[in-house]
Write a protein that binds this ligand. Structure first.
Ligand SMILES: [Zn+2]
Ligand SMILES: [Zn+2]
Length: 393
């Protein structure tokens, strides 16, 4: 069989896009990926010129790709953004300390300032100590709650009002599915928003890679030769999320568009859920309580690990990156299939918040915004401190 031709330029294709099975050469794949992120950014009016933006950077593939793409687009399209890397040190030996070394190299490679904030300094606990005290079960909940607050506090220290994270389409689809299975429509609806915000700090979160497939992020990182850390967190993730993840990957195998279809369905359901901002609490941006976002460097277990290993070992240029389906997919001209829907999408889309997002009270213990008297992090800390072995604080 003759080598497949790139749908865009006619050169030899080396990549079959996981998302739509388009066959592309390396250059066309990279620019298609970047163009799509650019489209997500502009159609959602994510940034304004001169804005200072912190990239939640874990050293993992998602946030590394996010940093690289944002740097590229910022220069190419003159966004005028002031980009900073913001990393959280959860205090996990053999995992986070290694991945932070990657972030430090990224800061040099991308010429971006880097700020690291630690659970230790913010909460008086490292995750290693948390796990020592409560065991591995449920530790992800603590980590998730702490991370959200840590990112906000880190941004505050930098006087930055906008944090972007590397959540990808697979992550969103996973969360949509989990909340659907739990029957939690309000949270499902929050999880689909590209922008979420928190009240008292006024710091907004957004997900520029919301429509990017995880497999394409791996391919992008590989072909751009990005320096990232690809080991999973040593502490076990929430079991239910793992199940949702496996289900999503199985669906993707028989129907590649399933991931985006679930994201879109989530967006449609969000529009049917009234008043989604009122009960949104800062400790819950819809990701679900706990669980590592992939912004935290999580790879997705077996399949992706295999994909990465295959990419690293592959030298035969005639093979497409993913398995080839011999019936030439479509008569497409290679034009970019953008994930956004037409008018309905634009109409119902959450606009960039202009004023205070909502009015919530502040935690009486730490001052962090909360709909409760005591915020979720402080409640967890109270339990931890009660069980703290012989160390006094
Ligand atoms: Zn091409
Ligand atoms: Zn608190």
């Amino acid at each position: 069989m003759p080598p497949a031709a790139c749908l865009r330029c006619g050169n030899r294709a080396v990549i079959k896009r996981p998302k739509n099975h388009h066959k592309l050469c390396k250059e066309c794949f990279l620019s298609a990926f970047e163009d799509e992120v650019h489209h997500t950014i502009t159609s959602s009016k994510l940034f304004y010129p001169g804005e200072k933006v912190a990239i939640g950077a874990s050293g993992g593939k998602d946030s590394t790709v996010l940093a690289s793409v944002l740097k590229t687009l910022n220069e190419r399209h003159n966004y005028g953004l002031d980009l900073v890397l913001l990393s959280i040190d959860e205090g996990i030996k053999g995992y986070r300390d290694d991945s932070l070394e990657t972030v430090k190299r990224n800061a040099v490679q991308y010429d971006m300032p880097l700020k690291i904030v630690g659970y230790d300094e913010l909460f008086g606990w490292t995750m290693d100590q948390v796990v020592e005290t409560i065991g591995k079960k449920g530790n992800c909940t603590y980590c998730g709650v702490f991370r959200r607050q840590a990112l906000d506090r880190g941004a505050n220290l930098l006087n930055i009002k906008h944090v972007v994270t590397g959540h990808n389409a697979d992550d969103i689809a996973e969360t949509v599915l989990m909340n659907l299975l739990r029957g939690d429509l309000p949270r499902l609806s929050r999880s689909t928003s590209i922008v979420t915000g928190s009240a008292s700090t006024g710091i907004q979160r957004s997900k520029p890679l919301k429509y990017a497939y995880e497999k394409e992020i791996v391919l992008y990182a590989h072909h751009k030769k990005l320096d990232y850390f690809s080991t999973e967190c040593i502490y076990s993730p929430e079991a239910f999320r793992g199940t949702a993840r496996t289900l999503i990957k199985s669906l993707e195998k028989v129907r590649p568009s399933a991931i985006l279809d679930i994201v879109r369905s989530g967006e449609d359901m969000a529009r049917l859920t009234p008043d989604k901002s009122q009960d949104a609490c800062a400790c819950d941006d819809g990701e679900g309580m706990g669980g590592c976002g992939s912004a935290n460097g999580r790879t997705s277990g077996g399949e992706l690990a295999e994909m990465e290993a295959a990419l690293k070992s592959k030298h035969k240029p005639t093979e497409l990156e993913t398995e080839i389906n011999s019936n030439g997919t479509s008569t497409d001209d290679g034009s970019i299939k953008l994930p956004l829907r037409g008018r309905r999408q634009q109409k119902g889309q959450r606009q960039r918040p202009t004023g205070p997002l909502q009015t919530l009270g502040a935690c009486i213990k730490c001052g962090y915004m909360s709909s409760q008297q005591v915020c979720h992090a402080c409640t967890l800390l109270e339990t931890l401190n009660k069980n703290r072995p012989e160390v006094s604080i």
